[in-house]
Design a binder for this molecule. Structure first.
Ligand code: UGY
Ligand code: MN
Length: 241
């Protein structure tokens, strides 16, 4: 018998897991033929807003006003126009705060985005627009482990107050220890599966799942199954508490 009235989704005070079966769409002013699934937001205690935007088969548009928020977009599939440029699968774009964004998505394209209030430092110039492709970002073994590869998409530069990274684990590879840190994470599983430890609970996770880890949420991961597990995540960095 099919199970009903159940889900892997859990939303707590210091961490959350949002499974794809619980996604609910939102509609925003000025958007056309584009659906937002807002997974994380300040409404749950998170400092970051994380959403998946899916464009209709015949294309659509999503708009973000010029305000105090910076945005990082990652093209999960399809292609996107931003300004006069086109971006395709695995491309990413950092758009600084104070910039209006008009994203045009073609044919069922899907984008993950992180949106966060930018913390400027008065003596530094504002972070500038950065674009690139995860295909071109060389991965580094994490703490020497060649089976856990970390790609750092954004410049390591004091003007940036966030990092967005992609972590790829071979089956059986793990985070080497249970991390507990001041940085917050918003995370999306891009492929594969494994088990995520969040505080003192262990969750089976797979592609499509979104995770929120508040500051100081103890965290650990092991990749499992037949294929590598990969996730993209944000962390807030470079600012004195
Ligand atoms: O960058 C990080 O803190 C990373 N090691 N955390 C994680 O993957 N949960
Ligand atoms: Mn971490």
């Amino acid at each position: 018998m099919e199970l009903f009235g159940t889900t892997r989704t859990f939303v707590g005070v210091r961490h959350a897991l949002i499974a794809e079966d619980g996604y609910v769409p939102s509609v925003f002013p000025g958007w056309e033929k584009a659906t937002a699934f807002v997974h994380l937001s300040p409404a749950m205690g998170s400092r970051v807003t994380q959403m998946t935007v899916v464009f209709d088969e015949d294309g659509g548009k999503a708009v973000f006003p010029a305000d105090g928020n910076e945005h990082v977009f990652y093209v999960e599939n399809g292609s996107i126009d931003l300004g006069s440029k086109q971006y395709s699968e695995k491309d990413f774009m950092y758009v600084p705060a104070g910039t209006k964004v008009l994203l045009k998505g073609l044919k069922g394209s899907r984008v993950t985005l992180f949106r966060k209030e930018y913390q400027a430092i008065s003596r530094l110039k504002k972070a500038e627009m950065v674009t690139g492709s995860a295909r071109d970002v060389v991965g580094e073994p994490f703490l020497g482990n060649k089976k856990a590869i970390l790609q750092t998409l954004l410049p390591m530069d004091d003007r940036f107050d966030l990092a967005v990274n992609i972590f790829t684990y071979q089956p059986g590879a793990t985070l080497p220890f249970v991390e507990t840190h001041i940085m917050e994470h918003g995370l999306k599983m891009l492929s594969g599966q494994g088990v995520y430890r969040l505080e003192d609970k262990h969750y089976p996770v797979k592609a499509g799942d979104v995770i929120w880890m508040a500051a100081y949420c103890p965290q650990w991961f092991v990749a499992m199954g037949d294929e590598p597990a990969s996730y993209i995540y944000y962390k807030d960095v470079n600012r004195l508490p």
